[in-house]
Design a protein around this ligand. Structure first.
Ligand code: PLP
Length: 255
């Protein structure tokens, strides 16, 4: 029997991102996705109009219900510090040794903050040390570096080293937000200092939920027992296939 995947994150009413993207991704890998909802959001592809955080004890209860038998855990939107701490405590009790993919979701691509300052502190202190893989995009990497009080202009490698010194396992830096490159270049910083690069042609189109998709696909690979580098390579292929779909559904398709 295949393991389940436990995804912790927000509901996006447009279905472009968040847990609905995660369930589709898990299904593509043949896995059942159990979910712990941290927040209900109302959004279109252009704006987030409401965010309703779920009470931390209800988030924890969902994790207690969903964690048994899960082969990996993926975390996306968390919302606030109380929810982050509830998630960390519930995972400590239920999921020791289960690989965790932590997508440090700070803001929607439409510009709304999805994690407050206290949440970022709690994430760095409680969840980062637990993560087998952290998947920041470039703005998220900079925000993490700022929180660590690294001097302005500190380079990517030094920020990653500081995050690994605080306990993160591997770090996948997603280069899609780089302004100049013709290619999107992601770099996987493995524990021990090795770096693997994944390059793909830059897409003219922005699809929402790409970060959720990538992190969830890596978690699916880990749940299936793949080594991290293999799981990341297959996850990149899965995201590329979504970009290649000839017909996209508008108004909630996440484009
Ligand atoms: N909304 C929710 C509920 C999410 O979980 C996420 C990402 O994890 C987003 C929005 C952000 O997605 P996007 O950057 O595609 O707007």
């Amino acid at each position: 029997m295949k393991p389940a995947l436990l995804c912790i994150g927000g509901m996006d009413s447009s279905a472009g991102a968040g847990l609905l993207r995660d369930t589709v991704t898990a299904a593509e890998f043949g896995l059942i996705c159990r979910v712990a909802v941290t927040a209900v959001t109302a959004q279109t592809d252009r704006a987030v109009s409401a965010v309703h955080p779920v009470p931390p004890d209800v988030v924890a209860a969902q994790i207690f219900a969903g964690a048994p038998g899960a082969g990996a855990v993926k975390i996306g939107m968390l919302g606030n510090g109380a929810i982050v701490r509830a998630v960390a405590a519930a995972l400590a009790e239920t999921s020791a040794g289960v690989p965790l993919v932590l997508d440090p979701v700070l803001r929607s691509s439409s510009g709304r903050d999805l994690l407050d300052r206290a949440g970022l502190s709690a994430l760095i202190e409680t969840l980062l040390p637990r993560a087998a893989l952290l998947t920041p995009n470039l703005p998220e990497l900079r925000a993490l570096g700022d929180w660590l009080d690294l001097p302005f202009g500190t380079g990517e490698e030094a920020i990653v080293a500081a995050l690994q010194a605080r306990g993160a396992g591997a770090v996948l830096v997603k280069g899609g937000h780089a302004e100049t490159a013709k290619e999107a270049r992601d770099r996987l910083y493995l524990p021990g200092g090795r770096i693997q690069e994944y390059t793909a042609p830059r897409q003219a189109l922005t699809l929402r939920g790409t970060g959720c998709h990538l992190a969830c696909a890596v978690a699916a690979g880990l749940a299936l027992g793949q080594p991290l580098q293999v799981a990341v390579g297959r996850a990149k292929e899965s995201v590329a296939a979504r970009f290649a779909l000839p017909a996209r559904v508008g108004g909630g398709g996440g484009a």
